[in-house]
Design a binder for this molecule. Structure first.
Ligand SMILES: [Zn+2]
Ligand SMILES: [Zn+2]
Length: 99
């Protein structure tokens, strides 16, 4: 089961509704990326059809364009935009379960 949370950077205000790292549902796995062109956090699909053998693997990419440079980011790392702070989880943010 995957869970998405609202993250916000206290230094630069970058926001995203993402899982904050590698995440896995019943049929797919995602990893959180930061697109340097769009300046957004996204969950990118990395494995589809986990139950098939072998599972189909994808390179994480921006949902807008595969030519955008991206960084893989997880919640224990500093903000991928400004590098100044750890992103906070909004206390009254929405948590989304996906699957
Ligand atoms: Zn920041
Ligand atoms: Zn992009």
């Amino acid at each position: 089961m995957g869970m998405l949370q609202d993250f916000i950077c206290p230094a630069c205000g970058l926001e995203g509704h993402v899982s904050g790292g590698e995440d896995c549902g019943m049929l797919a796995a995602t990893t959180t990326i930061y697109c340097e062109t769009c300046e957004t956090l996204q969950d990118a699909l990395v494995v589809k059809n986990l139950l098939s053998t072998p599972p189909r693997r994808y390179k994480p990419r921006c949902e807008q364009s595969k030519s955008h440079p991206i960084k893989i980011w997880n919640r224990s790392e500093n903000c991928p935009r400004c590098g100044q702070a750890i992103l906070k989880v909004a206390e009254n943010g929405v948590e989304t379960m996906w699957d």
